[in-house]
Design a protein around this ligand. Structure first.
Ligand SMILES: Cc1cc2nc3c(=O)[nH]c(=O)nc-3n(C[C@H](O)[C@H](O)[C@H](O)COP(=O)(O)O)c2cc1C
Ligand code: SF4
Length: 379
């Protein structure tokens, strides 16, 4: 099957076409340093057969943090533990890319102790006020991404992914729902893409032209006056010209009601690959590899997407939480579906600072009710 054949993204050779999409692990220590449980978690994924692991979002700056026990990467002190993790993943035969992010309007202000910042002034769901970024803030944030990506390379990762999806800072600038600025960072699709493109250029300058840079972006944010597909194609085309190695296509934000990035509820095979139509359109317009995430649960569906040329790689998040060895099982024909029922209960332990695990599996084993329902989230 094509899904099990080796493939490349820039200079990374993957043993198959399956990618573990970024999933916040909440397993760092309280200071955001990589921990032994975090490394062990990644090694399990590597041994389980995913062709590439993309880490959960790693904060590029203190004020850009999204949650408790999130990995951080902005100074040399973060390096030794991350180096140890990438070494262990490589020894286990895996490849690992770091997703770097600034949470923007979704920054956890009780953790950062600062007002959130974004394209515009905005009253947030926790009743705090998000402040509008100045051009100096934008310049400093571009520098923060460049600095973090340099550290990512030093830490031994195989590449870096810039998180520009799900309403986080760079994504919010792309969307006219969040971005109604009147300066060179707002208005036209060109202006709304400017911040992301400046980040990509700075990241490429700090990591060198051979280091793979990936971007995760939304096809649609499902918000009133939100981004349209043509805006996103504009951004994707400009990203391709800037020399990135791949685009991962996702959608939604935590404010997108039923269309959040991790849609709740069981998924029929015909509904897998939420952004199928958008992916087809992207494939017509861009030449770099397209990674598609969102609702894949069945081996035959994944294979069909590749055979039909809808995308080049299949990414999954929740299926790897309950079955880190899913790809091995699929390859060995032990099963041909994922056991994940997409109920999103795995958000609860992360939000409670207990680290990522499949709560549904644990509940089934223990038959004991525990935590309440998760608040909607979308990293
Ligand atoms: C617990 C949890 C944490 C997530 N954390 C991230 C993240 O850090 N970065 C990101 O880009 N997406 C994150 N996502 C979204 C996933 O990468 C993915 O886009 C979404 O879950 C849909 O894919 P799936 O149906 O295979 O789960 C997270 C999803 C879940 C369930
Ligand atoms: S808790 Fe388990 S079954 Fe439920 S969505 Fe998360 S990984 Fe899937």
């Amino acid at each position: 099957m094509k899904v099990f054949e080796p493939a490349t993204i820039g200079s990374i050779t993957l043993s198959n076409h399956f990618i573990r999409s970024a999933t916040a692990e909440g397993l760092a220590n309280r200071q955001g340093f990589c921990s032994m449980p975090m490394s062990a978690f990644m090694v399990k994924l590597a041994k389980g057969g995913a062709g590439l692991i993309i880490t959960g979002h790693i904060a590029v700056s203190s004020e850009g943090r999204a949650g408790e026990r999130q990995l951080c990467i902005w100074n040399d002190h973060h390096l030794p533990a991350l180096m140890d993790m990438t070494r262990q993943v490589h020894e286990a035969g895996g490849k690992i890319v770091a997703q770097i992010s600034h949470a923007g309007i979704f920054a956890n202000t009780s953790l950062t102790g600062e007002a959130a910042m974004g394209p515009m002034v905005r009253r947030l769901s926790d009743a705090t006020i998000c402040r509008e970024m100045t051009s100096i803030d934008i310049r400093n944030t571009v520098k923060a991404f460049a600095n973090s990506s340099r550290l990512v390379k030093e830490a031994g990762f195989d590449g870096v992914q810039i998180h520009a999806a799900h309403g986080y800072l760079l994504s919010s600038f792309l969307s006219p729902h969040y971005n109604t600025r009147h300066d060179e960072y707002g208005g036209t699709a060109e202006n709304r893409s400017r911040f992301l493109l400046e980040v990509v250029q700075a990241v490429r300058a700090s990591t060198g032209s051979n280091f793979p840079v990936l971007v995760k972006m939304n096809a649609n944010d499902f918000l009133a006056n939100g981004m349209g597909i043509d805006d996103m194609i504009y951004a994707a085309t400009a990203l391709e010209t800037s020399g990135i190695s791949a685009i991962e296509l996702s959608g939604g934000t935590r404010e997108s009601d039923g269309m959040i990035p991790a849609r709740p509820g069981s998924i029929k095979p015909e509904n897998e690959g939420y952004y199928k139509e958008e992916a087809r359109y992207f494939k017509e317009k861009i030449g770099i590899p397209l990674i598609l995430v969102g609702g894949f649960r069945t081996l035959s569906v994944a294979e069909q997407f590749l055979q039909d040329g809808i995308c080049d790689f299949i990414a999954m998040a929740r299926p790897f939480i309950c079955e880190p060895d899913l790809i091995m099982r699929w390859k060995n024909r032990e099963q041909n579906y994922s056991s994940c029922n997409s109920d999103n209960l795995c958000y609860l332990p992360v939000q409670a600072g207990k680290g990522l695990y499949c709560l549904t599996q644990v509940r089934k084993k223990n038959q004991a009710p525990g935590l309440n329902r998760p608040t909607l989230s979308g990293h």
